[in-house]
Ligand binder design. Structure first.
Ligand code: ADP
Ligand code: MG
Length: 240
């Protein structure tokens, strides 16, 4: 579903991604962790070309991301993205936030988009918030709206960039629970997160990045019980 081949990326002189090779199958749930500044956000932002790469190639569902001929609207419709800061449109209601892209990009009619949005609001457990504005919701509720908005495009892949890092502790689980149920339904997911309980429970693979390098990847069991590299051990000792 997603394939990185010898991907290198620089910001000016600074190499942020160093020869990344990574293949993610349909339905796989991959957790990426690593210290701040290691290139995790940049890596997932390259998947829908929020960031360009200078060398190598990335393929998403058969589409070459860096190919100028690739239809980026189509590619981005297949890839939902949930950010640390929820990035909801503050002047729109929850329902408007969720139906905007399906009506504008997918040209769905309003009734159909609304029906899908209401189903998704049930799924993220806030069916009564359709008419609310983002400022009237808690952080956990806003992030669940952001997930519903991503799902409204009926994506094949969902990317999460530290979706619970900006939340108060008591709201983290309500967001992780939505992500867990998505994972169990077979969504292909890449989650940058330091929620290691989530990784143990639902990840098929855990990846550790440091300094732009993909240092280690393994099943959660092996990753946590038997980390291979000293850098991984050091990182785990700090966060567990
Ligand atoms: P992480 O998500 O692992 O914390 P990032 O991918 O955000 O790491 O950033 C990796 C490195 O690239 C950091 O040193 C960061 O300062 C740098 N960086 C990120 N975005 C930019 C940018 N747009 N321009 C220049 N440097 C950047
Ligand atoms: Mg980041």
């Amino acid at each position: 579903m997603i394939s990185f081949k010898n991907v290198n990326k620089w910001f000016g002189e600074f190499q942020v991604l160093n020869n990344i090779n990574l293949d993610i199958k349909k339905g796989e749930v991959v957790v990426i962790c690593g210290p701040s500044g290691s290139g995790k956000s940049t890596l997932i932002r390259c998947i829908n070309r929020l960031e360009p790469i200078q060398e190598g190639s990335i393929t998403v569902d058969g589409m070459v991301v860096s190919d100028p001929a690739t239809n980026m609207t189509l590619l981005r419709a297949e890839v939902g993205f949930v950010f640390q800061q929820f990035n909801l449109y503050p002047h729109m209601t929850v329902l408007e936030n969720i139906t905007l892209a399906p009506t504008m990009v997918r040209h769905m009619n309003k009734g159909q988009a609304t029906a899908i949005a209401m189903e998704l609001l049930k799924k993220v457990d806030i069916p009564d918030k359709a008419g609310a504005y983002p400022s009237q919701l808690s952080g956990g509720q806003q992030q669940r709206v952001a997930i519903a908005r991503g799902l409204a495009m009926q994506p094949k892949i969902m990317l999460f960039d530290e979706p619970t890092s900006a939340l108060d502790p008591e709201m983290i689980n309500e967001v992780l629970d939505v992500m867990k149920s998505l994972a169990r339904e077979g969504m292909t997911m890449i989650c940058v997160t330091h929620e290691m309980g989530f990784a143990r429970e639902v990840a098929d693979r855990v990846i550790f990045m440091d300094g732009g390098l993909l240092i280690e990847e393994n099943t959660p069991l092996e990753f946590f019980n038997n980390p291979r590299s000293d850098r991984t051990k050091d990182f785990l000792s700090k966060i567990l």
